[in-house]
Design a protein around this ligand. Structure first.
Ligand SMILES: O=C(O)CCC(=O)C(=O)O
Ligand SMILES: [Fe+2]
Length: 219
């Protein structure tokens, strides 16, 4: 376990205001260094140290309907449960973000789930939505990129689309320490194949979709 060396730095209200404002106006927000950069470094070290058997092929859909479909996505994932100090730090900052967004935007965000994702060279995730209206409780998607020295020649962009438009309005280069946050129901997106290993933490803020006391019942 690697300790994070810097004292905990909270998120400043200026940064949170800007983030909430972007989400409100555009539905997404791209921040170059939301969290301390040494946290990204430690998380990257940890994901490198995970053995391949700690990763599972990523699935599509939920629970019983979940299936692995190599035509749609080929990345491998490892769910973050706060097993290390750095992962706890990351989850704490996301919790701070959750409360700050609820205060500013009244989003009613209830919890957060996230996983490391590893795309080897050539891996992809075809165009998809993280949430379908009325069928999921994922409200806000987040992607935190862990790729030092990424250049455009490495490819592996995330392409963001407006629904019904086949031209992306945004290509996100998966730069080290960069955080992308967007409304899960609003933007179809896809991960293009990269020329080198591509690491990230993908996550979702959820609302409480409980029915009869069961959180997140099957759709
Ligand atoms: O890694 C990315 O840029 C996006 C990943 C993604 O779309 C997902 O995991 O749902
Ligand atoms: Fe996605």
């Amino acid at each position: 376990m690697t300790a994070v060396t810097l004292p905990r730095q909270g998120l400043t209200s200026d940064v949170l205001d800007k983030l909430a404002n972007d989400l409100n106006e555009k539905g997404y927000c791209l921040t170059p260094a939301l969290f301390p950069i040494n946290l990204a470094q430690t998380l990257l070290t940890e994901v490198h140290q995970l053995n391949p058997y700690h990763f599972e092929p990523a699935g599509i859909g939920r629970e019983l309907q979940q299936q692995q479909n190599q035509f749609v996505r080929t990345d491998a994932i490892h769910w973050l449960k706060g097993q290390t100090a750095a992962q706890q730090e990351f989850l704490m900052l996301m919790e701070e973000l959750r409360m700050a967004l609820n205060r500013r935007l009244f989003m009613g965000l209830f919890d957060y789930e996230c996983h490391f994702a590893h795309y080897g060279p050539g891996d992809f995730y075809k165009k998809h939505l993280d949430a379908f209206k009325g069928r999921t409780n994922r409200v806000l998607s987040t992607v935190y990129y862990l790729n030092p020295g990424w250049s455009r020649a490495d490819e592996g962009e995330l392409l963001m689309y407006e629904r019904g438009n086949s031209h992306p309005f945004l290509a996100v280069t998966p730069l080290f320490g960069q955080m992308l946050i967007f409304l899960s129901e609003r933007f179809p997106h896809e991960v293009k194949p990269a020329r080198r290993d591509r690491y990230s933490i993908a996550g979702w803020f959820r609302v409480n979709g409980s029915i009869g006391g069961a959180i997140d019942p099957p759709a």
